[in-house]
Design a protein around this ligand. Structure first.
Ligand code: LLP
Length: 446
């Protein structure tokens, strides 16, 4: 069995396991992953993109963006479903390598990679290093020369296409740290073109292609098509200037998911078809052959596969002065908060919460789920209807926390980070154990 289901007496099961049993055995807060759901999403993205790009005559590789959530088991699942792994630091690279993902199937990103990270990537024989600046091109070339290897690189470019959610996660606009702009307004040669030509000049570097990531939580496929078109034009311009038509184009991640009950996620089949047809049209117009493509979804694979379990503590009605009179908002405190999910505080992200494991005949009331941290912005769910008799000891489940929950977790207020549990066919296991106070104090040298 797999999936999240409501059963008798308000029971919530994940892959056949009652979350009350998970809470009793592992405590709360806890991140719970549905392995089969993760695998299904990984497969859905791979097969949808393979079919759509195959139909227009080219291939595609799907890289799982490990920044969304990377554990050894998760990296293994991705690989077993035919995905490669995209990493953004030496630490993520270390997890992928420990999961025995072959170096050739790993990519390394980062706008400020250290020499140690670059060397580790070269030594692991990573399939691609995505370079992000002229100085980095020089450094990778020198480090590769020192190792006597040729580094496979892609150049990350900024297409000027605006897409995605919050400003902090939109990456294609000009005034931010990522990528090299395709904009030629400052002269004949854009920073992106300058970088591509610089890579071609270095014998220690092999130019695989061009990379573009336009943002995250994108729900309109037009942005991907617009960015792809800009990248394909740059590819054709580069061919004209240098005689080299690069083989690969990566369109990044950013495929949006449903967070709230009425939300509609991007459909991988539709978006794959739209992008494939669009890039085929652009290449035809440009008179160039189609490159091989790759994409880097993170959230869309792991986000919906995870939920967070909390236990309710203090419940406090607060009278709020509203425009049309006073109203009561029920503040429902849980045993975690912004340390296990920073997204509401950082991006104003919306989530849905439910009391699970019991039924209630009480009228629903307007509630706000808050954490236990020492600041008022420590909000888990801004606004949700919960049963009016919600009380201490209740179990609360927050859906769609699989992506960027654990991976962005902190120890604020010295809270140990929750475990990551995986449920598969009616059995749960610990992927990452709960931190202890000893773990935290062990770092403190007095
Ligand atoms: N590829 C690159 C180069 C990226 O920078 C990212 C995300 C991805 C792939 C994966 O994007 P996804 O498919 O997961 O949207 N912490 C934010 C999201 C930041 C994403 C940064 N880069 C959040 O919690 O929404």
């Amino acid at each position: 069995s797999s999936g999240v289901e409501r059963g008798a007496a308000g029971a919530l099961t994940v892959a056949g396991v009652d979350v009350r049993d998970l809470a009793a055995e592992h405590g709360t807060p806890a991140y719970v992953l549905d392995e089969a759901d993760f695998r299904r999403r990984a497969r859905a993205y791979r097969t949808a993109f393979e079919a759509a790009f195959g139909a227009v005559g080219t291939g595609v590789d799907v890289y799982y963006a490990g920044k969304a959530l990377l554990t050894v088991a998760v990296a293994r699942w991705a690989r077993e479903e035919g995905l490669r792994v995209d990493t953004a630091s030496g630490g993520e690279l270390a997890v992928a390598l420990r999961a025995q993902v072959p170096g050739a199937e790993i990519g390394l990103h980062g706008n400020n990679k250290s020499d140690a990270e670059i060397l580790r990537a070269l030594d692991a024989g990573v399939g691609r290093i995505i370079v992000d600046s002229l100085v980095e091109i020089e450094r990778v070339a020198q480090l590769a020369a020192g190792r006597g290897v040729v580094a496979p690189v892609m150049v990350r470019v900024t297409t000027g296409v605006h897409a995605g959610g919050h400003e902090y996660i939109a990456t294609a606009h000009e005034d931010q740290k990522f990528g090299l702009s395709v904009n030629t307004s400052s002269g004949e040669t854009s920073p992106a073109m300058t970088a591509l030509l610089a890579v071609l000049e270095r014998p220690e570097l092999r130019l695989l292609g061009i990379h573009s990531h336009i943002g995250s939580q994108i729900l309109d496929p037009d942005g991907f098509e617009a960015a792809a078109s800009v990248v394909l034009r740059l590819r054709a311009d580069l061919a004209e200037r240098s005689g080299v038509l690069v083989d690969e184009v990566d369109l990044g991640g950013g495929y949006g998911i449903a967070y709230l009950p009425g939300d509609v996620a991007l459909d991988p089949e539709r978006v794959a078809k739209d992008i494939a047809q669009s890039v085929a049209g652009v290449c035809q117009e440009l008179g160039t052959s189609l490159p091989r493509f790759s994409i880097e979804p993170g959230r869309a694979i792991v986000g919906p596969a995870g939920l967070t379990l909390y236990t309710v503590g203090t419940v406090k009605p607060v009278t709020v002065a509203g425009e049309s009179g006073d109203f009561v908002r029920l503040y429902v405190s849980v045993d975690g908060g912004m340390s296990d999910n920073i997204r509401p505080a950082l991006y104003g992200a919306a989530y849905h919460a439910e009391v699970v494991g019991r039924t209630s005949a009480a009228e629903p009331v307007l509630a706000r789920v808050v954490g236990k941290h020492c600041e008022s912005g420590d909000i888990v769910v801004h606004e949700v209807q919960l049963p009016g008799d919600v009380r201490a000891g209740d179990l609360l489940a927050v859906a769609a926390t699989g992506a960027y929950g654990r991976s962005m977790a902190s120890n604020y207020n010295m809270l140990p980070r929750p475990p990551v549990l995986a449920v598969t066919d009616g059995a749960a296991r610990v992927l990452v154990r709960r931190e202890t106070e000893d773990d935290l104090l062990g770092l403190d040298q007095g």
